[in-house]
Design a protein around this ligand. Structure first.
Ligand code: FAD
Ligand code: SF4
Ligand code: SF4
Length: 472
């Protein structure tokens, strides 16, 4: 009998006042009984609208049917035909705008909790499976992957499954890309990402860290070393700033730097190698998911007060609803229709190079109102004359977007980028304008999602295989 409840089974979570001061995962996941109960809400629709909403077309009704049969490993095997990181996607995919947005149960109530079920299945598999990864015999061909984020790791995994000898070159000292340096532990535990990386290594993928392509080695040098194709999955890690006065004061961070220091460099520990501003009052400028992560991280690092400063209203806030609700529950203060105009701080006259190099003391803001819609249909924020006010803070975190880093483009002949710095590729292959070089993920699209980066890695792996096979 289907479960005709209008509502999803709620996700068990830590209490807001407890979780706001620890880095443990906020959501604790369904147990078996709840997963089966939620699976029974699925109507196993013949035309499967939910599948079309998933960028990698996970066979959703089939895997949910296996949960109903209490065959959790069978459910995992079905998901893993399409997705190589289900434990990650079940946690961080924006399901409400992807698979779940197409679910027929969402017409008169809440959609089936597809992401929650995917997470349950992946966690069940990770807890119970003793199966070792299969290593394919080498086909004698070498491929280089630049960047160990979701696009690079997916491309590497798919090529290794076809017998390619794959080396991933990663600039940082750890593999995982944004999954380890950006998304905080309380949303995505690092151990889950590490498990996926270990799995790839066991499949024979070599991961070389501390290798900045464009500096340590160039793309041309990779070809000289015998790699027959190169996949660029270098992400979009270059932060944007507003260009307002005072951005060079101490205590002004980009969200990427703040999160990297906290996540990857473990700055939350006592006496960390990498320092970070802890405590005091913090303003995070921006309204996306990255801004929510930075604000909630600042709170967990001991801030007494954290503000989100966003120039439009709650309705236009681009972050996922779930993340906004979590942030509000934890006590983040939303200063909406507010835009910073200047950052104030102590002057440091001893610093000849830049006297505006003391510590932040506050952020001058102006109140905004919404005017006429812009070219994308969003109402344009307009400053309200004479409404300036000072927000006293000790730290400012800029979270107003990122762009692809130009380093690889600057050091690779024939590689063309668009005006936003994204590498230009053919849609169905990921082939760039330079022969033998493929690209995908945020390096192409600009900041997007984990699942779209994985999808791009898959497309490129298939195209690289066809490219090398055609040369044989
Ligand atoms: P990345 O994950 O950025 O990986 C690129 C890798 O390449 C990095 O490890 C980088 O160090 C390396 N690299 C860069 N340049 C070089 C070089 N020259 N040589 C060698 N290596 C290099 N998406 C979601 O779907 N859900 C979320 O909840 C979500 N939350 C996010 C939170 C934060 C804080 C951020 C920053 C992003 C979030 N995203 C989220 C977006 C998502 O993480 C990205 O779209 C995705 O990680 C892109 O994958 P990628 O492989 O293209 O690049
Ligand atoms: Fe939904 Fe993401 Fe899973 Fe696809 S991968 S089914 S979009 S949760
Ligand atoms: Fe199940 Fe919803 Fe997909 Fe229908 S649309 S098969 S109810 S998940």
């Amino acid at each position: 009998m289907p479960n005709m409840s209008m509502k999803k089974n709620p996700m068990p979570s830590q209490e807001p006042f407890v979780r706001a001061r620890n880095f443990d995962e906020v959501a604790t996941g369904y147990d078996e009984a709840t997963a089966i109960d939620e699976a029974l809400r699925c109507l196993n629709c013949k035309n499967m609208p939910c599948v079309a909403g998933c960028p990698v077309n996970v066979h959703i009704p089939e895997f949910i049917a296996k949960i109903k049969e209490v065959d959790f490993e069978g459910a995992y095997q079905i998901i893993s035909q399409s997705s190589s990181l289900p434990a990650v996607c079940g946690r961080v995919c924006p399901q409400e705008t992807q698979c779940e947005s197409r679910c027929v149960r969402g017409i008169k109530g809440e959609s089936v909790g597809i992401g929650r079920l995917e997470r349950f299945v992946a966690d069940w598999h990770n807890a119970h499976s003793t199966e070792l990864p299969v290593t394919e015999p080498s086909n004698g061909h070498k491929v280089a992957v630049v960047g160990a984020g979701p696009s690079g790791l997916t491309c590497a995994g798919d090529l290794a499954k076809k017998g390619y000898q794959v080396t991933v070159f990663e600039a940082l000292h750890a593999a995982g890309g944004v999954l380890v340096y950006g998304i905080p532990e309380f949303r995505l535990p690092k151990s889950i990402v590490q498990k996926e990386v270990d799995h790839l290594i066991a499949m024979g993928v070599e991961i070389k860290t501390n290798m900045v392509i464009g500096k340590t080695l160039t793309v041309d040098e990779l070809f000289e070393k015998g790699y027959e194709a190169v996949f660029i999955g270098s992400g979009a890690g270059l932060p944007n700033f507003m260009g307002i006065p005072g951005e060079s004061y101490k205590g002004v961070y980009s969200a990427n730097e703040f999160l990297t220091r906290s996540n990857l460099m473990k700055a939350y520990r006592e006496n960390p190698i990498t320092p970070i501003m802890k405590g005091g009052k913090v303003a995070v400028v921006g309204g996306g998911n990255v801004a929510m992560d930075a604000a909630r991280t600042a709170l967990r690092l001991g801030a007494e007060k954290v503000y989100i400063v966003y120039r439009r209203s709650m309705e236009e806030l681009p972050a996922r609803r779930e993340e906004v609700e979590h942030a509000i529950e934890e006590g983040i203060d939303f200063k909406l229709l507010t835009n910073p105009v200047e950052i104030f701080g102590y002057e440091n006259p001893d610093d000849k190079r830049d006297p505006k190099n003391g510590f932040v003391t506050g952020i001058q803001c102006i109140q905004m109102e919404l005017g006429e819609p812009d070219e994308r249909g969003r109402r344009r924020p307009v400053p309200v004359e004479g409404s300036e006010f000072l927000l006293e803070v000790d730290t400012v975190i800029m979270s107003i977007g990122t762009s692809p880093n130009p380093l690889i483009k600057m050091t690779t002949d024939g590689l063309e980028v668009n005006r936003r710095g994204g590498i230009i590729v053919e849609e169905f292959t990921g082939a760039t304008t330079r022969e033998g070089v493929f690209a995908g993920g945020d390096a192409v699209t600009g900041a997007a999602t984990v699942i779209s980066a994985m999808g791009a890695g898959k497309i490129a792996a298939k195209a690289i295989d066809e490219y090398i096979s055609a040369k044989k």
